[in-house]
Design a binder for this molecule. Structure first.
Ligand code: GLN
Length: 298
């Protein structure tokens, strides 16, 4: 079988199993197993992989090739069962960073770029302090810290595995202006009355437990604790709005990701908590995805 055929068969199998992106999944898993890039795959697609019996002298035939093919088959089988590609490869790109992922954390999503951009736009000073609540892989904290080396970034997560993963990501990406701590929202922070952040951001759990979307696709494999919140998904957003004010500098911003039907509710919470310049921003799909407000002051 040629390399092209191998990937095409895998893609057909994933399509039959209901993957929304069968060809991409097959290519990504193949690249993961072989350590080759897409250009290589397209250049050498007519090579026979792991089989020289038909007299094809260009065939790649080695114990390694056979092992890779077996490994690829196993990954395709797991993907056909629904396992997210990011958990199979152990990584996902976010904001140009290759982040390690694990089933203990949410897989970073392109929609969350809206939150990163909102934070970067408001971080115009050369230095400052940003807090990322519920950091997971560390995606938001690391994306921001990488672009604002003069800022100190803190990330908090209630899962010790998430904190360990976020620290590993920071070390591997050599992003030094970030630290991660373990704990339950604001109680994780040092008991210091002078502690204050210029920006607090969060992508908290915000899905209603009864949302049918939780029974479809990749989210089935993600930790519920990172997805589901009480009060129709609003409980953690409300907790963050209630508590963040005590940790913001005068003029500091709170920016929250939320579900596309929750923007109005989050704007109301911020208005009631006394925030100024309350507004919502749209994600790449055109949905209101982030709502922010500014502490009165400077
Ligand atoms: N945006 C994610 C989804 O709809 C949910 C992320 C979250 O709950 N923070 O799957």
């Amino acid at each position: 079988m040629t390399l092209d055929q191998l990937v095409r068969h895998a893609a057909l199998r994933l399509q039959a199993a209901g993957s929304p992106s069968p060809r991409l999944d097959a290519e990504v898993l193949w690249m993961h197993v072989t350590g080759r890039d897409r250009t290589w795959l397209y250049t050498w697609g007519d090579r026979t992989w792991g089989d020289r019996t038909r007299g094809d002298r260009t065939a790649v035939d080695s114990a390694e090739a056979r092992w890779q093919q077996a490994r690829f088959d196993a990954l395709i089988a797991a993907r056909a069962q629904g396992m997210p590609v990011a958990y199979l490869t152990g990584e996902r790109e976010f904001h140009g960073l290759a982040l390690a992922t694990s089933p203990e954390t949410l897989i970073p999503r392109p929609d969350t770029e809206t939150l990163v951009e909102a934070a970067l736009e408001r971080a115009t000073a050369a230095s400052g302090r940003l807090l990322d609540m519920g950091t997971g892989t560390g995606a938001i904290a690391l994306a921001f810290a990488g672009e604002r080396p003069g800022w100190q970034v803190d990330g908090v997560d209630i899962g010790p595995e998430a904190v360990a993963l976020a620290r590993d990501n920071a070390a591997r990406l050599e992003i030094g202006n970030v630290s991660f701590v373990h704990g339950d929202w604001f109680s994780a922070l040092a008991d210091d009355p002078l502690l204050a952040f210029d920006l607090i951001v969060a992508n908290p759990p915000y899905i209603d437990a009864a949302d049918p979307h939780l029974r479809q696709g990749d989210v089935r494999f993600e930790p519920r604790s990172a997805l589901v919140a009480a009060e129709a998904g609003l409980a953690d957003l409300r907790h963050l709005v209630d508590r963040a004010g005590g940790y913001l500098t005068p003029g500091g911003w709170l920016a929250l990701e939320h579900g596309h039907t929750q923007a109005r509710a989050v704007r109301d919470m911020l208005d009631q908590a006394g925030y100024a310049r309350v507004a919502s921003l749209r994600d790449l799909g055109g949905h209101e995805r982030v709502t922010l407000g500014r502490q009165p002051g400077d």
